[in-house]
Design a protein around this ligand. Structure first.
Ligand SMILES: *[C@@H]1O[C@H](CO)[C@@H](O)[C@H](O)[C@H]1NC(C)=O
Ligand SMILES: *[C@@H]1O[C@H](CO)[C@@H](O)[C@H](O)[C@H]1NC(C)=O
Length: 306
């Protein structure tokens, strides 16, 4: 029973694939294909130099992109349990002591709004290494409830957002803590800001998931630029796009957080996006697409009150 879609060599992206525990079974991977723009590799926002640097055929994370242990203590891995096996398949972020923010496509059947069975989901917190040999998660929690956005559109990835309620709240520590969200009512756009995505997803198309949490730096583009690149009505106001300047990587587990460094005194990082979809990698000149957190603040508030 597999939900993993075969993707062409050029369009594997935002890999949200379980795997390293054992062979893949279920996946939250989303790829999109826009054949008529496949040739448009020299999008003007990307300099030729950046394009060359990003033109590696293998989507490879370089070693220096392994995050530091506990660098992102709000980062969680969603795992799927079936037949006594555990598959990591998506990322998420801890936003209250018992709520996880992630992508709707991570917790629904493929191309459907049908929810996965929450009893089969496990949230791993405080992890750095998630490999076949070692799983150093400090805590794991079962999921009591899955809530996806009422207007989630599984064909077009609109409103690709979900909140999971954990069966038991977590205890905060050096390796487990909350990410900050933008203030209610914020309409700040983050144009040009540097942001960070991360994940344990595949480092190669055919490959093995990363053993360690990895991160990449991305630059957030303005909405008119994103709309220029994704011309097909797929790009909506409630999305955000960001690309990786000069890197040949396209990493970031689906459902995982895109964050910027916070300017406030209370938080180190502020979550501005949720990894959703994209095409190809930096090599092709296509930025990744994220749900724009500021567009969903009222929804998030409403669904984290209990
Ligand atoms: C891509 O470029 C090649 C050669 O430049 C051309 O033959 C082909 O028709 C183009 N494909 C699309 C989809 O534009
Ligand atoms: C958006 O960004 C592009 C370059 O990245 C720039 O040329 C353009 O002026 C910007 N547009 C707005 C409305 O800020």
């Amino acid at each position: 029973m597999t939900r993993l879609r075969q993707s062409g060599p050029a369009i594997l992206f935002l890999v949200a694939v379980l795997s390293s525990y054992s062979s893949p079974a279920e996946g939250g991977q989303k790829t999109k294909k826009f054949p008529s723009t496949q040739n448009n590799t020299e999008s003007e926002w990307q300099t030729p130099k950046e394009f060359r640097e990003g033109s590696n055929e293998e989507m490879r994370m370089v070693g220096s992109d392994v995050a530091q242990r506990n660098q992102y203590p709000y980062m969680v891995s969603l795992a799927y349990q079936r037949n006594d096996r555990v598959y990591k398949f998506c990322g998420g972020s801890l936003i209250t002591w018992n709520k996880i923010l992630t992508a709707a496509h991570c917790v629904t059947e493929s191309k459907s709004t049908k929810l996965l069975d929450p009893r089969e989901l496990t949230v791993l917190l405080g992890a750095h290494e998630l490999s076949g040999k070692r799983n150093d998660a400090q805590l794991s929690r079962n999921v009591a409830k899955i809530k996806i956005h009422e207007k989630y559109n599984p064909r077009h990835w609109f409103n690709d957002i979900a909140i999971l309620t954990l069966q038991h709240p977590v205890k905060f520590s050096a390796s487990i803590s909350l990410v900050c969200l933008p203030a209610q009512g914020s309409t700040y756009m983050y144009d040009g800001r540097l942001a960070y995505a991360k994940g344990w997803g595949h480092t190669k198309e055919d490959g093995i998931a990363s053993d360690f949490l990895r991160h990449v730096t991305k630059r957030i583009l303005n909405q008119s630029k994103c709309r220029q690149i994704y011309k097909f009505n797929e790009y909506q106001d409630h999305m955000l796009c960001a690309y990786e300047p000069g890197k040949g990587t396209c990493q970031g587990d689906s459902g995982g957080p895109l964050v910027v460094k916070s300017t406030g005194p209370k938080c180190k990082y502020e979550q501005v996006g949720i990894v959703s979809w994209g095409i190809g990698c930096a090599r092709q000149g296509y930025p990744g697409v994220f749900m724009r957190v500021t567009s969903f603040l009222p929804w998030i508030k409403m669904n984290t009150q209990y």
